[in-house]
Write a protein that binds this ligand. Structure first.
Ligand code: GLU
Length: 317
């Protein structure tokens, strides 16, 4: 029997969703629903200082407005106790313990300034590649330093190339030691890191396909490595091109003028907006109104470009 496709929306409620987030959600929904699958909504609110419940509730309304309905999760819940990462620490603790049991976790006391030292090489995501400074600390040294500051926890990575065949971008690989470095599992303030939480949750929630912006392609090898260490099967990854503002900038949550409210204020309907997003994605020849349901028979990853897509200014403002 063919395995059921399970996709997900995994937004961070740190602001209103921008058109790029909605574009990616539309592709994730179409990719899963065109094969009869299910969509899980998980709210990635680990960083309580940067996320709010009000934004989480709002993003549900925005997805629903566009007709991007999910089958499980969010405020509606489902078989998992909670779909808010801020409630899911016991699972992350368990995963951390499993990695600790393999002798792969160590405390890191480095300050921000030390990490961002000018000479440090940077990874594809712009983060400095960790030099391994705290990797070899003795137990006594760890105890001594822990009196002064609480450490972050890092995963030791091997000098090994980990690759994947992305469903849209094709083969992609990184040498973990050279391109990523030992990465953070839990921050010094106790907040679990994205890499650990996303893998723990996608595995626990039975996600078989991850669709997200191509800016996260560089996280996939680290995540695949975590799947291996945790004894879970990685999902298929399919990264999507990014939507750019008409001037070529990356969209951010601060681009309120390119958000749903601004478009609705101009009188655009939900189908106008999804139709224009589908036109930008190469699924329609003209920017005509189309609901997600109507787009289903037209969807194919082959039509979606791999280069990033500047929003046609005349259509979105
Ligand atoms: N929560 C992440 C974001 O909003 C997405 C994580 C993922 O899709 O893996 O950027």
């Amino acid at each position: 029997m063919e395995e059921k496709v399970v996709g997900r929306f995994a937004p961070s409620p740190s602001g209103r969703l921008h058109l790029g987030n909605l574009f990616c959600s539309l592709l994730a929904w179409l990719s899963v629903k065109s094969r009869g699958g299910r969509v899980v909504l998980r709210i990635e609110d680990l960083d309580r200082a940067r996320t709010t419940r009000a934004f989480a509730d709002q993003l549900e309304r925005d997805l629903e407005f566009l007709g991007l309905f999910w089958d499980e999760g969010g405020s509606g819940g489902g078989p998992h106790a909670s779909y808010y990462q801020s409630d899911r620490s016991p699972l992350y603790e368990q995963c951390l313990a499993a990695l600790e049991a393999q002798g792969l976790v160590y405390p890191c006391f480095c300050s921000r300034a030390q990490l961002h030292a000018a000479q440090a090489p940077h990874a594809a995501d712009g983060e400095p590649i960790y030099t391994g400074r705290c990797r070899g600390l003795s137990a006594a040294e760890v105890r001594r330093r822990a009196l002064a500051r609480s450490p972050a926890l890092r995963l030791k990575v091997p000098d090994e190339t980990v690759g994947l065949i992305d469903g849209h971008y094709g083969p992609f690989s990184q040498n973990l030691a050279r391109d990523c470095g030992d990465f953070i599992l839990r921050r010094s303030d106790g907040v679990f890191a994205y890499q650990l939480a996303v893998v723990a949750d996608d595995a626990a929630m039975g996600v078989t396909e991850v669709v997200r912006g191509r800016d996260l392609l560089a996280s996939a090898p680290r995540q695949i490595y975590l799947y291996r260490l945790l004894g879970a099967r990685p999902p298929a990854f399919c990264h999507a091109p990014l939507l750019l503002a008409p001037d070529g900038r990356r969209l951010s949550k601060r681009d309120a003028d390119l958000g749903l409210d601004a478009l609705r204020a101009q009188g655009l309907s939900a189908a106008d907006i999804t139709g224009r997003l589908a036109f930008a994605a190469g699924l329609l020849d003209r920017p005509q109104p189309a609901s997600p349901e109507q787009l289903l028979p037209l969807f194919s990853w082959d039509k979606v470009p791999t280069r990033d897509i500047p929003l046609p200014a005349q259509l979105f403002r």
